[in-house]
Design a protein around this ligand. Structure first.
Ligand SMILES: [Zn+2]
Length: 448
């Protein structure tokens, strides 16, 4: 079993869907016994960043995630301009309760804070305590300006919620894009240059400053760049409550993938340099980064599409654990204990789901993943379950895969088959941004 202290030979007893006991040579009898010899037992994987509004919806996204060893998802409930925040949250909750195979929580997604932020206190009452705004996508009309960002962080801070930001300077990146378009450059060739890391770092800095001014905890989604890590490290040294996430795509691929995959790896922020990729692993290892989540957004696009017109996003949930294990543990960056911390314990703590989720402790939900670290896997779209028409990792060979998972004591995944019914998932109320940073940073000394 992978515990916060390291890896140990232990037994787990489950009764009525919760962990009853953890220890060696547990006495008593069981209706069913599972032999996990040779496998690692992780707490159920939490994917705290999913978008069930494209090709994979509130019913199908948890399915593809479950095949990858995920047992809890936190979806973004995007309230588009003209939509109410509470209406959106209620709709997502109802659809999720009717169709999700996984337990799920929700983040609010504010596209029009000027007309939506007044609903934030009621959303927090409804169990949705983390709310995201875009500092980018100005031309798409999704950008929140500093006035509304400051106002919403003030509302969130007062009401006991947490802000989340997509941190890139949207007006500056739009200018760079206009300039290169007018010069006739191929959008694919200049994509990364029009969204440089320093404009991500600038937005992170600005978001941190406003969150401090609003006395509001802040969670920065999909960190990609070494320059951004420096901003987070600086804020945390000052004791600011800033949490930071990265994603498997930024840990696995670099901007070189744009040349071979084109629009398929058009994501925002963009894939960056090899030095950034390595800095992200370092950040996970040293505690600057707290979580890995997928940013799963399955969009309809092909390699041949016009790059400029192609939508942002890629399917990531099903490959997340395998890629994080392969890159992190096999790659020598993370112990299994630290991997469990950034994929299970930390997201549970940051969003207030701990110790119900994210831990294998007496009283925790019996959400487990049995992982075979010796299984050779060739990642192929043909064996994936997203409705997307591709995977960004086609042909990649990795070591390790989940072979069994369970949620609240029920088998979800076994031998490559899903044993779950739509609607089994429960809605989870969150309580975000309450955990001290020191709790998140390193597994207890002695971790192997
Ligand atoms: Zn996202």
């Amino acid at each position: 079993m992978v515990t916060p202290q390291g890896t140990a030979l232990l037994d787990v007893a489950i009764e009525d869907g919760v962990i009853a006991a953890v220890g060696r040579d547990l006495g008593g009898t069981a209706d069913e016994t599972i032999d996990a010899t040779g496998l690692l037992v992780f707490p159920g994987i939490i994917d705290a960043h999913t978008h069930p509004v494209y090709l994979d919806d509130l019913e199908s996204l948890p399915v593809t995630a479950a095949y990858g060893g995920v047992t809890t998802v936190i979806h973004f409930a995007y309230a588009k301009p003209g939509e109410g925040l509470l209406d959106t949250i209620h709709r997502f909750r109802e659809e999720g309760e009717a169709g999700s195979v996984l337990d799920f929580a929700l983040h609010g997604g504010l596209f029009d804070p000027a007309n939506q932020s007044h609903e934030v206190p009621d959303a927090i009452e409804a169990g949705v305590t983390s709310h995201k705004m875009f500092m980018t996508y100005a031309k798409l009309g999704w950008m929140t300006d500093d006035y509304q960002l400051m106002r919403t962080m003030d509302i969130l801070g007062t009401a006991g919620g947490m802000a989340m930001v997509h941190a890139e300077n949207g007006l500056a990146t739009d200018y760079l894009q206009d300039k290169t378009n007018e010069a006739g450059a191929d959008p694919q060739d200049v994509f990364v240059a029009t969204r440089p890391a320093i404009l991500e770092a600038e937005a992170i800095h600005r978001a941190i400053a406003m969150a401090q001014a609003g006395d509001c905890p802040l969670y920065i989604v999909h960190m990609t760049a070494e320059l951004g890590l420096a901003e987070v490290a600086r804020a945390r040294a000052l004791g600011y409550r800033v949490y930071a996430e990265t994603c498997p795509q930024y840990l696995t691929l670099t901007e070189d993938a744009l040349r071979t995959q084109g629009p398929l790896v058009k994501i925002g922020p963009p894939l960056r340099a090899e030095s950034d990729r390595l800095a992200l692993w370092r950040g996970l290892a040293d505690g600057t980064l707290d979580t890995i989540a997928s940013d799963h957004a399955a969009k309809a696009k092909t390699r041949e599409d016009d790059f400029f017109e192609a939508p942002y996003g890629s399917p990531q949930a099903e490959t997340m654990l395998t890629l994080a294990y392969h890159g992190g543990v096999n790659g020598g960056w993370l112990s299994p204990a630290r991997l469990a911390q950034v994929m299970c314990e930390n997201p549970a703590r940051i969003f207030g789901l701990y110790p119900k989720k994210g831990a294998i402790l007496p009283g925790s939900d019996a959400d487990l993943v049995l992982y075979d670290p010796t299984a050779a896997v060739r990642i192929e779209h043909a064996s994936q379950h997203s409705n997307a028409s591709y995977t960004a990792y086609e042909g990649m060979e990795v070591l390790g895969k989940p072979v069994l998972s369970m949620q609240r004591g029920r088998i979800l995944l076994k031998d490559g088959q899903l044993h779950a019914s739509a609607g089994n998932g429960q809605f989870l109320r969150t309580s975000s941004g309450r955990v001290a940073l020191s709790t998140l940073q390193t597994p207890t000394a002695g971790a192997s």
